[in-house]
Design a protein around this ligand. Structure first.
Ligand code: ZN
Length: 160
C-alpha cells in the first residue's frame, strides 16, 4: 500500500539540527502514527513521504517555511511580572499556553530582568532546518472515526 491521502502512516523518526544534534526521536519509545494529508506533521516531511511504502528509509532536510515556520520577531514580547499573577516563581524556560484568535500556542520565558519578563511565542523549532531520518514502519487505511477526529487511534496515536 502506498502512502497517500487518508492513509495512516507509522514511522520511526530521528530529527537532527544543522549540527547533527538529535532534537527529537522515536527511538526508545513507540513509533509515531499520523494521518497523511491532514497536516498532522510538517508539510516538508509529509511531501517527502508521499508515494512511499512500508520499509522505505527516507532522509530529508526540510527548510523552515516547510517546517515549523520562520521566526517572527513580533512574537517576542516584554511583559510585566504582574501579568503572571498566580505563578509563584518565574524562571527562564518556563512555558505557558497563550490563547489568541489563532488558537492555543506555547510561549516560553527567555529572559527575566527585574520586573520585566521576556517571552517568545515562536515554535521552539521555528527558523530551523529540520533533518529527518525516517523508517516507514507501516501504511494502512484510516478508519472513518479517525478521519472524523483528524488523528490516529491506537498504537502511536490517541488513546481515548
Ligand atoms: Zn479520536
Amino acid at each position: 500500500m502506498k502512502i497517500g491521502k487518508d492513509k495512516v502512516v507509522t514511522i520511526d523518526y530521528t530529527l537532527k539540527d544543522d549540527s547533527g544534534n538529535v532534537v527529537d526521536t522515536s527511538q526508545g519509545s513507540e513509533p509515531l502514527a499520523y494521518i497523511h494529508g491532514m497536516g498532522n506533521i510538517v508539510p516538508g516531511l509529509e511531501a517527502a513521504l508521499d508515494g512511499g511504502s512500508a520499509g522505505d528509509k527516507v532522509s530529508v532536510s526540510v527548510q523552515p517555511d516547510k517546517g515549523y515556520g520562520v521566526r517572527d520577531e513580533s512574537l517576542i514580547q516584554v511583559l510585566g511580572k504582574d501579568q503572571f499573577a498566580g505563578v509563584d516563581e518565574l524562571e527562564i524556560g518556563m512555558q505557558f499556553h497563550a490563547h489568541s484568535e489563532g488558537g492555543v500556542h506555547t510561549i516560553v520565558i527567555t529572559d527575566i530582568q527585574g520586573n520585566k519578563v521576556t517571552v517568545d511565542g515562536n515554535h521552539p523549532l521555528a527558523g530551523m532546518v529540520l533533518h529527518f531520518d525516517i523508517d516507514v514502519v507501516g501504511v494502512r487505511d484510516a478508519t472513518k472515526e479517525e478521519l472524523e477526529h483528524g488523528h490516529v487511534h491506537g498504537p502511536g496515536g490517541h488513546h481515548h
